[in-house]
Design a protein around this ligand. Sequence first.
Ligand code: FMN
Length: 362
Amino acid sequence: MPDRSFPLISLADYEAAADGLLDAVAHGYFSGGAADEITMRDNVAAWGRIALRPRMLVGVGERDPGVTLLGRRRPHPVIIAPMAYQKLAHPDGELAMAAAAVATGTTMCLSTLATTGIPDLARGAPDASRWFQLYVFRDRGVSRELVAQAVEHSFEALVVTADVPVRGFRERDLRSGSELSPVRALPVSAKGDVTMTPADFSALIDPELTWDDIGQLVADSPLPVLVKGLLTPDDARLAAEHGARGVIVSNHGGRQLDTVLSGADALAAVAESVGDRLDVLVDGGIRRGTDVIKALALGARAVLVGRPLIWGLAVGGAEGARRVLEILLEELDRGLALAGAPRAQGLDPSFVCPAPWASAPG
Ligand SMILES: Cc1cc2nc3c(=O)[nH]c(=O)nc-3n(C[C@H](O)[C@H](O)[C@H](O)COP(=O)(O)O)c2cc1C
């Protein structure tokens, strides 16, 4: 990794370092959100409005951050969120991300709009635990082909993104021109890689997708299906009724509908309503080990982390992304010890409460 004048010891350090490394268009694409970016900022702030209630003298010499997810034991609850166009952050793109995943025992979710195809990722990182994120296109033949490829190449789950019926209004991208810059991305036709603008790609997504389609996908897919991008208990219940194995409470990193609830604020109600029937995951604004602890305490089985991994990739390729994961996992381990919760799965709502500082008058 490049020499730096300051050590990179937190995810925020990576964010600051990447700012100077990426060109303005790419940086704007990765860092930006929808409209006034109120939700994007609040995703981070919301975890800070939750206070921890640690327990003492419980014996924390041996700690286990492991969780059971989709019926499988995982070494820890952190997952790499699906993010498009990773070669814009580093030439090694998704393959570097997968190497970081392998090095840290992390599951990586590959985006439909990846710059590395499903077979290439599987060949380049055969040991990576991998999920595939599916955008359902108007042309259902393409979606079927992508699912078939994911099955053939041993992906473990399908993550169907529900919160992009149309693209969010991303003003940074409109101003920078990134919305209309062609990118070469994963095959969205059986014919191979294609070059399209992000705006054109989004226009392929079917805005008519409904719960019936989710039910059909569940019936057709040999892989467990998670629905990503829900914020309400009602939708989570529908996901359960239509056979999903999990839901990801998410607002797409604040990139879709601005002024919706943060994942942190939406999580508890969803977990209370379906947590006994489904695996509930959450993303948005996870930047510290303590954020992971709060998410688990509120009922999440696991969390997805987005932008910080892009910053790691931009700073140091696979090694940078690996370091970002290691920092987060080290913080998680220390946090579990200090919170008096040696087993991550032993966390429950008694470990959190609304932070008094968040409601203090100005
Ligand atoms: C640059 C970028 C690209 C993304 N691309 C996708 C995508 O292709 N599919 C998807 O379901 N979510 C996508 N997301 C949303 C992430 O999966 C995740 O929900 C979000 O980034 C989590 O918030 P965080 O970045 O604050 O950790 C993207 C997010 C970013 C920042």
